[in-house]
Structures are given as C-alpha cells and as structure tokens.
Write a protein that binds this ligand. Sequence first.
Ligand code: FAD
Length: 435
Amino acid sequence: EKCVNVVGAGLAGSEAAWQLAKRGIKVRLYEMRPKKNTPAHHTGNFAELVCTNSLRANQLTNGAGLLKEEMRQLDSLIMKAADENSVPAGGALAVDRDAFSGEITKTLHENENITVIEEELKELPQGLTVIATGPLTSDSLADSIKEFMGDEGLYFYDAAAPIVEKASLDMDKVYLKSRYDRGDAAYLNCPMTEEEFENFYNELINAETAELHAFENERFFEGCMPIEQMASRGKKTMLFGPLKPVGLEDPRTGKEPYAVVQLRQDNAVGDLYNIVGFQTHLKWGEQKRVFSMIPGLENAQFVRYGVMHRNTYLRSPEFLKDTYQTKKRSDLLFAGQMTGVEGYVESAASGLYAGINAARLIEDKDPLVFPVETMMGAMAHYITHASAKNFQPINANFGIVPRLSQKIRDKRERNLALSKRALDILDKYKLENEL
Ligand code: FAD
C-alpha cells in the first residue's frame, strides 16, 4: 500500500502528517520523543513549543498574521489548535502550550490513516519521505543528511526565556496593562526607575554565561537573541527592545516608567508567566540573582530557566526546490526550521506545503509551487533563491513578497493591501488545484 514517511512530529511534521492523512493517504509518523528527548523539549507531546507560547502577530497588517490566515484557508491543524487554545496576548496569538500540543497529539494519534512510530530514525529512509526533524535533529540523522547532501550542516545557537510563578510576584509593584491599551490588558509590567535600570544593566552585562561549545560560532536567531547579548550592544539598546516603556504608563502614577519589563501569560490557568524577550544564556544561578533585581521579581519562583541550543538548517538555496523537494531525490522532501524558515508558524506552514506536495507526488501529480504573492509561496521562493553563501533563516515578512503595482504610502494600508492580494490569489489557486 502507498504510504508516506513523515519524520519528526514537531510543528512542521504534525502539519504535514495532517495534510496527508486528511487526503486519505497513509502516513508513518516517526517521533523519537518521549523515548529520546532533545535539549529543548520537555514533554512527549507533538508540536511542543520549546520557547515562548506566542505565535506572534495575528493581524493582516503583519506578515506572520497573513501566513496564519493562509494556513487557516488550507485547513491547518496547527492553526485550528492555536485558535482553539488561545490565551490573552493583545494583538498576538498566544496559546496554552499544553492544551495546544495536547490537542494536536490526540488528533494525530486518533487518525486512522496515521501510524505513529515512537522511534529515532537514524538514517534517511527510502520511499516518499518528509523530513521535519527540526533545529535539534538527532545526531545520527544529521550525519546521514550531511552525507547525502555532501556538505557540512550549519549550526548556531538559539535561546529560550525563563518562566516564573505568578503567585511569587510582588503585585504591589507590578501592574496589568497592554501597550497603548491595545486589546485586553494582557501583560504584567514591572516598572524600573533610571537607577534600578542602571543597576540591573550593570549586573546583566557582567553576569556569568554558560559555556559555548568550541565548534559553534556564535550566531543568534535574531528574534530570540539572548538578553545579555542585546544589552552588550549598548546601554540603551534594551530600552528600544524588550524594556521599551512607551505606551505602558504606570496607572498608579500616570507616568511612563524609565524602563518596563513585561511578563506574558504562559498557560490558560494564568499562574505561569514568561519574561518577554529574556531568552538567555546566563548560568541558572546568575539568572536567579540578576532577574530577581527586576521590581516585582524579588522573590520570583522560576519554574523554568532560560536555555540555549543548537539550530541545524540546510543550505536550502543549493539543495532544495521551491516545492520543498530535494534536488537530488525527488521523493525526499524537507520541512520546518531545517529548511531555513524561522519560527513556529513558519515551520508549520512549510510542513503544510510539503505535506500537500507529498500527497500529490504519491498520486503521480505534479507538485505545487504556491504563488509568490502568498506568504507561503514567498517563503518557499526565498529559501530556495537566496544567496547560498550567507544564507540565514527568515521569518514571514512583507519584504519577501513582490511589490504592489500601485504605491501606498501608509505602511498599515500597504500591508493590508498585500494581504488582500495574497488571499485573493490563494482563493483562485485553491479552486484551480482543488485544495
Ligand atoms: P520541531 O518542532 O523541533 O520538531 C522536530 C521533531 O522531530 C521533534 O519533535 C523531535 O523530537 C523530532 N526528532 C528529531 N530528530 C528525530 C529523529 N532522528 N527521529 C525521529 N524524530 C526526531 N520559534 C518561534 O517562533 N518562537 C520562539 O520563541 C522560538 N524559540 C526557540 C527556542 C529554541 C531553544 C529553539 C531550538 C528553537 C526556537 N524557535 C522558536 C524556532 C522554531 O520555530 C522551533 O524550533 C520550531 O519548533 C521548529 O519546528 P520544526 O517542526 O521544524 O521542529
């Protein structure tokens, strides 16, 4: 019987398996957790979110928002689970991480077309296969991929932010508010005076970091740069980043503090909060010492410290086609962070794309190349056409889609027009290709 292998049940692999199974195609879904864990995952759940619980912007004025809408139009399992398990986060889509990944795990386990195999796959398999083993692909499989590609893989480090218990916060100092009061008040804010900021900054840049392995060169995932690294770029840098106070007046004084550290709800119950933008490479003891200087966090209970990990991705411009097939083997597809798309939703979107194409290939149909006006199409085009030499992973953004024929000055209006164009084109494309 015809069957597709999907390797890795993360954000990309879960979506790819879903897209195949819902088209009536049999799937063998390989996942090594919980038997063998990665350095960043904590559960045996599919589509576990390893860092923040935010899937970023949800509006059509933003590239990540458009990508989400395109995925909804294509019956994405990841988007369905995200929408159903969202928690308040202003204009962003954040989720209860356990409920989100729990729903995806259950749906895939219960699907009669999917056989879950709880095993580490150590070598590239024969037959139609989607590899979606992510930035923390196990070593043996990474070696097998390297051998097949005939080139060195690329590695760099990522960082994850600490999570604290709400009950341990000093609520006399902390206040609830979203920036500019947009959406429901969703963040807990820790205000700092100039003096508090100075002290914090000085301790942060001098704190002790965990060791980096010699073979890794220090290149960071820009959206997830360690806070101490950002601080080391200049005293004011954090004030324009995660510690930006604008739109966050303290309701008790009516004034904007000198700096504000924001905490974002991390689970549906609302008893856990993550420190926004505080991915870090500091040693755990140092995290407790330095982050406890933040007003309100003096006695904070840390349920998880920030950590840093390897990120593995292919030189896609050299090795991949814009169908997510490899150039060397047309029945081998890659999806997710490994292809050089960056982020939870981007990874899931590439899984959706590769899943649709694997379904077409097994039925002897030509694989699809989504229109470049759509965010999904633009990302596939970008990772396969960028310069291979300095290839860097990318987030969904409007910089990679073709310009509009008419000029629109206002950025919001322009982005909305780009989104409208993308969704109109996708509508037609869906009809033409019976998606
Ligand atoms: P994953 O979700 O990691 O899924 C890969 C799956 O494959 C895993 O379940 C793994 O167990 C399994 N696997 C690996 N090797 C094998 C094997 N040989 N056999 C069988 N199974 C295997 N993105 C964001 O948008 N926001 C963030 O805050 C963010 N923070 C990150 C922090 C860290 C520490 C890391 C590493 C990445 C972060 N990313 C973040 C980037 C990226 O979005 C996520 O890593 C995302 O999970 C990638 O999706 P994926 O499907 O490609 O990989």
